[in-house]
Design a protein around this ligand. Structure first.
Ligand code: C5P
Length: 241
């Protein structure tokens, strides 16, 4: 089987671009990719119309807005995500048990009522960009790993479907929480790509070997001179692993 077809289900491409035209150009160049991640920059620039444009092309949407607000407001945003039929959404576990619970209940209620598919709700624990000093500045005295595990437990209890986490954290999280919790890894860098601002990285093959369910990959593909070739190279590497 063509490696691109075989591994396309597992790889989510991050459309971190400033406008629709650039996003659609990337989507066109990456016909095998099933799911695209729309984040803060593109969504703030284009609004829900970018979701609809991609859905017209039968793409799935991972809406990565990292929600963090009072429970009622976050539940409302989940309702809107449901309405737009997004496949995955993110929220900050540090928003607390009630916030996550209300979000999960809202998604379940709408699914029961309409029969439409429920977006997977993924919790973000500790941003991979935060250093130990920065954690202290915001009042977190424990080390990052303990904080990740605290929040991971909370997220599972609250009914989240999984976590966004560093590929370096996968094994530690699965040891604590079991492997029935989806783990989605950014921080993926093939050996031939620049690490950019990512710190706790692994190769795509290592991330899958560690137990990732999905890989989120941005710049190694989207900033490559030929995105389709870069995507193909990653798929072939996964095939050999
Ligand atoms: O370009 P790159 O492969 O680094 O893109 C990674 C994507 O994953 C970006 O859209 C970034 O916002 C997102 N992300 C991350 N680290 C997290 C959560 C999300 O890099 N902890």
């Amino acid at each position: 089987m063509d490696p691109k077809k075989k591994h396309a289900q597992k790889i989510i491409i991050a459309l971190d671009v400033k406008e629709k035209k650039l996003a659609l150009d990337l989507v066109k160049r990456l016909p095998h990719v099933r799911t695209f991640k729309i984040g803060l920059e593109l969504f703030t620039s284009e609004g829900p119309s970018i979701i609809q444009e991609l859905q017209k092309q039968e793409k799935k949407i991972f809406l990565d807005l990292k929600l963090h607000d009072i429970p009622n407001t976050v539940a409302g945003a989940v309702r809107s995500g449901f309405k737009h039929r997004v496949s995955m959404m993110t929220l900050h576990a540090s928003g607390g048990m009630n916030m996550m619970k209300r979000a999960a209940e809202q998604a379940h209620e709408l699914h029961e009522k309409t029969g439409d598919p429920k977006p997977l709700l993924l919790a973000v624990t500790v941003l991979t960009s935060l250093t130990r000093d920065e954690l202290k500045q915001i009042g977190i005295q424990t080390n990052a790993d303990d904080q990740v595990l605290n929040l991971a437990h909370l997220a599972k209890k609250a009914g989240m479907d999984g976590l966004v986490c560093s590929p370096k954290e996968t094994k530690m999280i699965q040891k604590e929480l079991g492997d029935d919790f989806l783990l989605v890894n950014p921080g993926i860098r093939p050996l031939w790509a620049s690490s950019d601002d990512q710190k706790r990285i692994t190769t795509p093959a290592q991330a899958v070997e560690n137990g990732a369910d999905f890989l989120v990959i941005g710049r190694p593909v989207t900033q490559a001179p030929e995105p389709s070739k870069a995507f193909g190279r990653i798929c072939r590497e996964l095939d050999r692993a």
